[in-house]
Design a protein. Structure first.
Length: 79
């Protein structure tokens, strides 16, 4: 019985997860001749606050720079 564990950062919709399960199952049937009823798939959603790469949390890497979140007091006024 094939067992597939998939981890994704962030979250996915129910429809997206359903598509992943269908596609992975079909791939195992096509390429390995597995019985689709025997294929077991687990999708784990990992919060970007609980996942890091390159020395920083993914949530911090993907966030806009802090300077973009506040106005520059020294900037020329818009005209």
């Amino acid at each position: 019985m094939p067992f597939v564990s998939i981890r994704i950062s962030g979250s996915a919709t129910r429809d997206q997860k359903s598509g992943i399960v269908a596609d992975v199952t079909q791939s195992l049937v096509q390429w390995l001749g597995k019985n689709p009823a025997a294929v077991q798939i687990v999708i784990e959603e990992v919060s970007t606050e609980n996942y890091g790469a390159g020395g920083q949390l993914i949530v911090d890497r993907d966030a806009p720079p802090a300077s973009a979140n506040r106005e520059d007091a020294h900037a020329a006024p818009d005209r």
